[in-house]
Design a protein around this ligand. Sequence first.
Ligand code: CP
Length: 309
Amino acid sequence: MTLRHFLRDDDLSPAEQTRLLDLAAELKAEPWSRRPLEGPQSVAMIFDKPTLRTQVSFGAGIAELGGNPMLVEGRLAGIGVRESVEDVARVLARQVSLVVWRTFFQADLDTMAAHAGVPVVNALTDDFHPCQLVADLLTVREHKGDLPGLTVAFVGDAACNMGNSWLLAGTTAGMHVRVAAPPGYQPTGAVLDRAAEIARETGGSATCFHEAEKAVAGADVVVTDTWISMGKESEEASRQAVFGAYALTSELLALAAPDAIAMHCLPAYRGKEIAAEVIDGPQSVVWDEAENRRHAQKAVMTFLLEASR
Ligand code: CP
């Protein structure tokens, strides 16, 4: 048996990502067609950071797969505080068929995966948000068709999980990924190098800009995210000043392709990183993105459970 986890976007090969997106579309059309958690088997959902979409979409999705969603209160469990990540992993594996964890450090998630003995899913870390990207790519496919060759522009704080995940997942899909961020908020060299490596295989590309206008010019998809990621609240004032030129306004969106779509993983702050007329306008697909979290994560869990048998 090969135990499979979904810890970062490049855990999926390009072919696996395509299969997973096909499965997500199938599950969206036929929500109760697959029952890999029949029993019901339990899935532990642990959140060390705030969440709305992730907890409800996983909870509903696990139930639709025939399973029992078990919300584990992160503060009560005290993972890494009350007991080690390794011991928590060993205990969880004796109770549940899969672990979904939102936490801070990617290294802790890696440790959980190394000791759990059941599939572990990244429900967001400081570094990556791969489940969001499966939902986002499903949404792009629904609105723009085949992914290879499409251009996506991510504007704002690119030194964060969403910027990193777009670079890895977008290039895996054969897309041209452009990020625009001010100095000091660009992706790390390690992420850019990995995206470039993937792009060489898929025909995509990964490019960094400082000017939002250059990244957005002619793009098929324009993406932004909050400037104040979880854990960065104390930097709010300085971040508002630095990111002002990267707001996704109707003027910036007008530089993209005429039929471009605007995306945001939510929660959104109107008048900050995205203008109200954009998020509430005709090019916005944010509510489809939010819905697609459920379909995407059901596909992720089904894929991991089947691959790990
Ligand atoms: N997009 C997202 O992950 O939403 P939540 O933080 O509400 O789960």
